[in-house]
Design a protein around this ligand. Structure first.
Ligand SMILES: [Mn+2]
Length: 268
């Protein structure tokens, strides 16, 4: 059975933002990053609560073949928890987060993704991006309205058109099934990384060894990232299921950022 081995993981507020509104968790059966949407309130609550739901939903391995439905369930649970959080504290109304989660399932990994966090697959020395950004710029690129070189510096490049939020119309996730082999590596990043580092730099850092995520975060800061910066690097293992050894990062490290799950799920 496949599980994830954490190679390296780092999340920092960075040099400009006062708080880290990225949240992440890496365990044997899930790796998840979430990035609270700026300009909406309580981004750290949206990201931490979402990471919490995915971390707890996949603390134990899913039964083989059930991962996709479990991912959709976790997404719905996260949305319900954000709705609960808005009822508890009205000032949080409209909070939202982008997110990407990776879950091993049989001989594949399943990816659940919304917004502009990214998942990359590294195999045989090549890094390929698995996710498509749900951004205005990506939409215009796909329609041929913008060129790739314009998109990189476009003033609207941070505008996301889909995110995870309490509102039912905030957008559904992409759920992908990717065939993988033991030894494949997966890199998850928030936009504070890929805003300043191209895929060549990411590939070189992953190829450089197990500490690739730490190196990527250092490189993003040196490259002048003005955002929170998070990178997770995991390797696919073919091993018996295990429990524990999870790592909590970013806004999820403060329990005050997680909507009280004892009250969660009560809101229909
Ligand atoms: Mn960000």
């Amino acid at each position: 059975m496949y599980r994830l081995q954490r190679l390296s993981a780092s999340s920092v507020a960075g040099c400009v933002r006062p708080e880290n509104e990225d949240a992440a968790f890496v365990g044997p059966h899930v790796a998840v990053v979430a990035d609270g949407v700026g300009g909406s309130p309580a981004g750290e609550v949206a990201s931490a609560s979402t990471a919490y739901v995915f971390a707890s939903s996949f603390f134990l391995p899913p039964r083989p073949g059930t991962g996709a439905s479990r991912l959709e369930r976790a997404y719905a649970d996260a949305r319900a928890l954000l709705a609960r959080g808005e009822v508890d504290v009205p000032a949080r109304a409209g909070m939202a987060t982008t997110m990407s989660a990776v879950v091993p399932d049989e001989r594949r990994v399943l990816v659940c993704h919304v917004g502009d966090t990214r998942v990359h697959l590294w195999r045989d020395g090549c890094l390929s991006r698995l996710t498509t950004d749900h951004t205005w710029v990506e939409h215009m690129l796909s329609r041929g309205v913008l060129r790739a070189d314009q998109a990189v510096t476009h003033p609207y490049r941070h505008v996301v058109v889909r995110s995870l939020a309490a509102q039912a119309d905030s957008g559904e996730p992409d759920v992908l099934a990717i065939d993988v082999e033991p030894g494949d590596r997966l890199l998850l990043t928030t936009d504070g990384v890929h805003d300043v580092l191209g895929e060549g730099a990411l590939a070189a850092a992953v190829a450089g060894g197990a500490e690739g995520a730490d190196r990527i975060v250092e490189m993003a800061l040196r490259a002048g990232s003005r955002d929170n910066v998070t990178a997770l690097l995991v390797e696919v293992l073919d091993d018996p299921p295990v429990v524990g050894d999870g790592l909590v990062l970013g806004a999820l490290r403060d329990p005050a950022h997680v909507v009280d799950p004892a009250q969660g799920y009560a809101v229909a």
